[in-house]
Design a protein. Structure first.
Length: 239
């Protein structure tokens, strides 16, 4: 039986075209735009010589993240955030922050805070995954520029997966994500999994399906690690 065709003609386990352009913000310690299909995210990292109060006695630093979607990033205008973030933005900000803290050794930062800003310029599914993948590049460049760490942190990347029309798909676009029976975000390093967010939207899924998604997520992450390495090498940094 022939597998149902995807909206954009990709194979079930194929990623959308991805490019990572570095050095896009003059005043950021490290920055990039990751273009992942029609999802485009600006990732910028800054380093400040201070830490939040709860880290005063730790002897180490801190890393945090902020995520947001610009007003015209989707087909209907998103209201510009004011004092209060949406619950979704807060949840994704925390996901990005804890994902990067899984690979950055805070004890070696000194009394410094790394802040990563991920702003979605255009959205077509997978914005949190693109943010995490691009954020690693921005942080790696920032740490190298500031000579904060002797070696770059281990790579971390994320990819979306799901079950659509009974088929496990890698890297869902918006329409596939909207109609998926299962939606999963997979965050991993080369050494092991950091986080799996998987939800049955239309029907329950089996352990076998979960393991198939994990396996395809690991294969996709290997491709993302190569793209990250190419980006930092092109910027003159050895991964």
């Amino acid at each position: 039986m022939t597998a149902p065709a995807r909206i954009d003609g990709r194979a079930a386990d194929a990623l959308r075209p991805i490019t990572i352009e570095t050095g896009v913000q003059r005043h950021a310690a490290g920055s990039c735009i990751i273009r992942w299909g029609h999802t485009h995210v600006l990732c910028a990292a800054t380093i400040e010589d201070r830490v939040p109060p709860f880290r005063f006695d730790s002897g180490g630093g801190w890393l945090t993240a902020e995520y947001g979607m610009l007003p015209a990033s989707t087909d209907s205008r998103i209201r510009r955030k004011r004092a209060i973030e949406s619950g979704r933005s807060q949840e994704i900000s925390r996901l990005i922050g804890r994902s990067l803290r899984a690979v950055v050794d805070l004890s070696k930062l000194g009394t410094r805070t790394v802040t990563v800003d991920c702003d979605v310029l255009q959205a077509d599914g997978g914005t949190r995954c693109a943010s995490i993948t691009g954020a690693w590049v921005a942080v790696a460049l920032a740490l190298a520029e500031g000579k904060t760490l002797r070696a770059l942190p281990p790579q971390i990347a994320a990819v979306s997966l799901g079950v659509h029309n009974g088929q496990v798909l890698t890297d869902l676009c918006y329409e596939e994500d909207r109609d998926a029976d299962v939606d999963l975000n997979f965050v991993t390093t080369a050494a092991g999994i950091v986080e799996v967010q998987g939800t049955a939207e239309g029907a329950v899924y089996s352990a076998e399906t979960l393991m198939e998604m994990v396996s395809k997520g690991q294969a996709a992450a290997a491709q993302l690690f190569n793209l990250q390495r190419e980006a930092v090498l092109a910027a003159g940094v050895m991964p």
